[in-house]
Design a protein around this ligand. Sequence first.
Ligand code: PEP
Length: 262
Amino acid sequence: MPIHRKPILAANWKMNKGPSETEDFLKSFLGKLQGSGFPCEIVIAPPFVSLAKAAEILGGPKVPVQLAAQNGSQKDAGAFTGEVSMLMLKEFYLHYVILGHSERRAIYGETDEVINAKMKKAREANLKPIFCIGETLAEREAGRLEEVLGRQITKGLEGLSEKDMVDTVVAYEPVWAIGTGVTATTAQAQEAHAFVRGEIAKLYGAAVANKVRIQYGGSVKPDNAAELMACPDIDGALVGGAALDPTSFFELIKAGCSVIEE
Ligand code: PEP
């Protein structure tokens, strides 16, 4: 029997859309989604300041969109100016938190150890991490793809239980494909995803690894979502630029879901 993992498509808005633009997007997007019944999970990650507005709109019964934060602190409370704790995030009824995004790693210096501490805090708050990993172009060209992904996985997941692992979504995002318009080929993406699943199997066993959803991220668009999501180890997408416009994100989901066997 084929393994069934419900695909998950998530919009990472990054530092775009305050509350009023969030409202405009969601009203339009929910209108398009009405009656569509896509066989996947849909997630939106607005900036912190727009979470309250998003929660107000998405909090109703039967709204088929889940909410995520783009980051969260590894600390509980205290003198950490500018930080937001996982428990505070939980008050917005959100399900997911993106952790370890390459922009957090590269621009804000987040190490594997910091990301691991955030992963643990997220799980303590019962949030599901969208755990991002990926290599730079220099690392890929130097033949270090497996070493880099292996290190990010082992260190980032250290101390997490089997249940934590199953509740974690992994996002494989080659850094060279993020926001560049360059997408990994389906062969490159599938190969990396199979490697990631293999590394998870080494840590948690094949049964757990087969349940974990692994998203691809890096210039996913309506016209390449289907071929990527048709790959056996690609269980959805983490989308930046193409998820800023409700029509584009809707079309991307429609295309990606067209290859899902229910
Ligand atoms: C991202 O930021 O996670 C991302 C994949 O961005 P983009 O789709 O714009 O490449």
